[in-house]
Design a binder for this molecule. Sequence first.
Ligand SMILES: [Zn+2]
Length: 462
Amino acid sequence: MRKFSILLLILLTACASLLPQPAATRISPALTIRTHPDGALYVGDLVSFEAYNPVAAQPLSNSLRISLAGKTLAEQPFNQFGMGARSQATFYWAWDTHALQPGDYILTFTLLPSGVHWDQKISLLPAAQLPAAQAGAHWASVETACCTLHYITGTDAEKDLDALKRMLDAQAADVARRMGTQYKGKVPVTYLPRTLGHGGFTSDGIYVSYLHQNYAGGTAQQVTHHELVHWLDGQLGGNLRPSMLQEGLAVYMSDGHFKVEPIVPRAAALIDLNLYIPLRKLADTFYFSQHEASYAEAAALISYIISTYGQDGFNTFYRDIRPAKSGSQADALDAALQAHFGMNLDTFEAKFSAFLRQQPADAAARTDMRLTVAFYDTVRRYQREMDPSAYFLYTWLPDVATMRQRGIVADFLRHPDGLLNSQIENLLVSGDAALRAADYNGVESKINTVNLLLDLRSRFGG
Ligand SMILES: [Zn+2]
């Protein structure tokens, strides 16, 4: 990056408090209220609310009521929300603003049963000010050989629809071949026009971020392949499929995590980089361990099992893992390893780590692994601090079938779009491109600049 651009960015950061910020208000030290869609609200929006304590997992109260002019809009209990399980009262599309005039509205929030309450002003902009691209956007679907593909009109998915359909069918065929099974019916696949988490989820369907400016990197092709492995893995079933093995299988079967990359050399590099996670710990805290190290190690573990026992041997073992009484996935794994391979988890790990240590040193894999970790740690830091709806532990991913049914698109079309957001996202997009091109100096400089900007923003407020 040229020097004047960095100076400009630092100046912008110092002015961060003047820029549009994510729609969150700290009411008291104990409660944060976030509204959705992100950013400014317009007449016609169906407004959702998240109310949570950012520093505690305990319920703040039994429930929270939101009212307007003495009339209750909704009341919701505090429950665990997201993968991070924070205590939160969640109000999906609780405030219908279609019939309202633009202007300021005073909403009252009341904790129950205590009755503690406070007011908060929320402003609605005229519907006419909604960006034109969003005003006419709606859900659409198209059938492909493998899948029902859902998208929102006017987005990059629609612009690239023909190529996207071909890509999806090609990935689906490859996954079916590699997993040795066929799809039972069409797979529901939704391409979202917003970066969310690391770009892909599988639950009642497959959800993949598809936008040209996807700051979380990862090609749609690679992520689609990964999620389709999860889909067929779920279809093949089992008793308990530990998270570590599910994710390892998806990376292994996709020849890499965010890109095609050498599985075993990258995991071997983790030992050198002091990022190797003992298997017992990894099995029990998979999604809370360092993300990229976890996935790389889990993929190498699958590679090791399949190369030692064959794919049939792996499947017989994997699909027969049963929950342990303790609830620990490591204990479940330990029992299944003994039953199928005649060794406990400690013995198995000794063999696996010896296998990794025997790998020849691979300087490129080591550098790539180190910078992949640094890049995605930076992406997640940006999400936590400036795009919290996208942060993977608390992603804002409402029920998409309901959204389609009710014609709701704004939750996915809007995201924080301040100047600093755009600048950082541009840096991340070019950092990802540099990482893919093995331009390691390039990606390192982008990572450093983003972290500097985030440091300055937190120092100067915003
Ligand atoms: Zn996955």
